[in-house]
Design a protein around this ligand. Structure first.
Ligand code: F6P
Length: 318
């Protein structure tokens, strides 16, 4: 293996740059040439590929987003698109590819591996929704961003003795709501893995008011449906309620130390895997050990959040 490529695809996540830096620096350390593929699979098809030097990845470890840009590509889903991608890799004499992203990115990477391109995936998504790894790059930063907002919302909720419904991202997974909700002392957390009926929510709110609580924060994962509806229904039941949808602010910002370390470890491990002749694998962290697992396993299993956190949050929010 002489030359490897790296791309980022799907939703960006803080820490992707730290992973790119780790791939470039460890690749060059081991005597490889490292090429950046710009704009994900779409750029791969178009041959948007340039060498990355040691200095090209200087001053990026602390930056959110991705210097390689990200995109979603419909063309890459087609056989023709995949063939173009493989041809571009051959043309640029790239012997192995590292793809950073979420499950959509890994489905593409699995396809490239099936077509004979040595490919390794690095999990980068704020959603933490990939089976087989305890954490994905970007999740820790996102929950800290949510937490920062929750602390601020709490100030206003407390001053006005109000209920706040806060919607967070996560696609179909409740991890962001769960972790940020526990850390932020949310009174109720509503996640797709354990949906709560409105009547139960209202009962919990009424009980907490009876216990002397003056304000409440309800954290809703976007995968549940619309927080707008929940806030409207609470208002209709006479509860003084406001709604905040945090949106893409959760995807930005400088990565936390945890995400930078995770990205550095995973990026370096991905290079090692390619050098060992591995392909069709995703880098994962389990019990603080960085390992590689088959794409098949990661993509077939369903990600489950740690539900004991949910139970604990219910106990602690009385
Ligand atoms: O996967 C990351 C994520 O931010 C999800 O939490 C969210 O549902 C989705 O991407 C939003 O995607 P887009 O930026 O394309 O609107």
């Amino acid at each position: 293996m002489k030359r490897i490529g790296v791309l980022t695809s799907g939703g960006d996540a803080p820490g992707m740059n730290a992973a790119i830096r780790a791939i470039v620096r460890s690749g060059i350390y081991y005597g490889l040439e490292v090429y950046g593929v710009y704009r994900g699979y779409s750029g791969l098809i178009q041959g948007d590929i340039k060498p990355l030097s040691l200095r090209a990845v200087g001053d990026i470890i602390h930056r959110g987003g991705t210097i390689l840009y990200s995109a979603r590509s419909d063309e890459f889903r087609t056989e023709e698109g995949q063939k173009k991608a493989v041809d571009q890799l051959k043309k640029h004499q790239i012997d192995g590819l590292i793809t950073i992203g979420g499950d959509g990115t890994f489905r593409g990477a699995r396809q490239l591996a099936r077509l004979g391109v040595p490919t390794i995936g690095v999990p980068g998504t704020i959603d933490n929704d990939i089976a087989g790894t305890d954490f994905t790059i970007g999740f820790d930063t996102a929950i800290n961003t949510v937490l920062d907002s929750l602390d601020k919302i709490r100030d206003s909720a407390s001053s006005h003795e109000r209920i706040f419904v806060v919607e967070v991202m996560g696609r179909d997974a409740g991890d962001i709501a769960l972790w940020a909700g526990l850390a932020g002392g949310a009174e109720s957390i509503i996640i797709p893995e354990s949906p709560m009926q409105l009547d139960e929510l209202v009962t919990r709110l009424e009980q907490s008011i009876a216990r002397g609580k003056k304000h409440s924060i309800i954290l809703v994962a976007e995968g549940v449906g619309s927080a707008v509806d929940i806030a409207r229904e609470l208002k209709e039941r006479g509860l003084d309620t406001r709604l905040t949808v945090l949106g893409h602010v959760q995807r930005g910002g400088k990565p936390t130390a945890f995400d930078r370390v995770l990205a550095s470890r995973m990026g370096a491990k991905a290079v090692e895997c390619l050098m060992q002749g591995k392909s069709g694998q995703m880098i994962a962290i389990r019990n603080n050990e960085v390992i590689s697992v088959d794409f098949e396993k990661a993509l077939q299993q369903k990600h489950e959040p740690i539900m004991s956190l949910y139970d604990l949050s219910k106990i602690l929010s009385i």
